[in-house]
Write a protein that binds this ligand. Structure first.
Ligand code: CP
Length: 315
């Protein structure tokens, strides 16, 4: 479908370095990004860095965002880059310009990186074939959210030390979650023991093909039992064209309560990419508990995005 948007475009070369998804990355590349994320987290916030001095970065968000957009902007500024954030409502797309023409227009102003979030799965992959500007995927439809998986991995590693053999339960609206897909790619590359859990309408058998060590269940208690990490997902009402489960009953079957956390390992941690829907997929008692890493994830988002911006700009 995306090809039809630009039948006359010709691929450019040589291609710049992009970050489009975790699926494309080799384990050493992920390890490098996590290491640099750890490094940048340790750098004092007051320290002026010049790593990306003279570089310009465009944040182009066609969907709402608080965490990703703000942290990319903070990350760019901390590295000394110039940055501008644009939302779809404020662009000429509202006047009928196509996505391809908008991207070519922005690229003609010679930014070094375009960070893009778009509702269409594959949009950054498609556009990157025709742009000489490096592109970072800040979330594409149901497909991938690579920087979220990297910051999740950094958060887990800080507490657990390793991903190998770690029992990770990924629970919720799996079918509509780009966070789940990126995490499945990353965690399976690192030898985690992963159980995916959600309503039958959102958990496809095809998920086990994303990597080794992935099992499926529809039983919440089975998923959380003996887990080291419980990763909850937001119910993505905005992506559900049909009602895939009764919304009023969701918490009863797939909401995380303190009782569920009690079934996990005594030192288990709880992750959620945000924004959280209290009382829908997670109780306030869990979200605000000592086990919750939600705000650590947000903090690590800045460090990981610094690492990613640096990596994309490397010669
Ligand atoms: N986790 C995440 O992508 O949050 P935002 O939509 O606020 O960026």
């Amino acid at each position: 479908m995306l090809e039809r948007l630009a039948p006359d475009l010709h691929s450019i070369g040589p291609n710049p370095r992009n970050l489009l998804g975790i699926e494309d990355l080799q384990r050493p590349e992920i390890e490098h990004l996590l290491e640099r994320g750890r490094f940048y987290k340790a750098v004092r916030r007051t320290e002026k860095l010049t790593t990306l001095r003279g570089r310009s970065i465009v944040n182009l968000f066609f969907e709402p965002s608080t965490r990703t957009r703000t942290s990319f902007e903070i990350a760019a500024k901390r590295l000394g880059a110039d940055t501008i954030s644009i939302s779809a409502l404020g662009t000429s797309l509202a006047k009928g310009e196509s996505l391809v023409d908008t991207l070519n227009t922005l690229a003609a102003m010679n930014p070094d990186i375009i960070v893009m979030r778009h509702a269409a799965s594959g949009a950054p992959h498609f556009l990157s074939r025709y742009l000489s500007t490096a592109m970072i995927n800040a979330g594409d439809g149901l497909h991938e959210h690579p920087t979220q998986a990297l910051l999740d991995a950094l958060t887990i590693l800080e507490v657990k030390g390793s991903l190998v053999g770690l029992r990770v339960a990924i629970i919720g609206d799996i079918a509509h979650s780009r966070v789940a897909r990126s995490n499945l790619h990353l965690l399976s590359k690192f030898g985690a023991d992963i159980v995916v859990c959600g309503p039958a309408t959102t958990v496809s058998r095809n998920l086990t093909r994303l990597g080794p060590g992935i099992r499926l269940t529809h039983q919440m208690r089975e998923a959380v039992r003996d887990a080291d990490v419980i990763m909850m997902l937001r119910v993505q009402l905005e992506r559900q064209n049909v009602e895939v489960f009764p919304k009023g009953e969701y918490f009863r079957y797939y909401g995380l309560s303190l009782e569920h956390v009690g079934l996990a390992k005594p030192d288990a941690i709880v992750l959620h990419p945000g924004p959280i829907n209290r009382g829908r997929e997670i109780s306030s008692e869990v979200a605000d508990s000592q086990r919750s890493m939600i705000l650590s994830q947000v903090e690590n988002g800045v460090a990981i995005r610094m690492a990613v911006l640096e990596w994309v700009c490397e010669e």
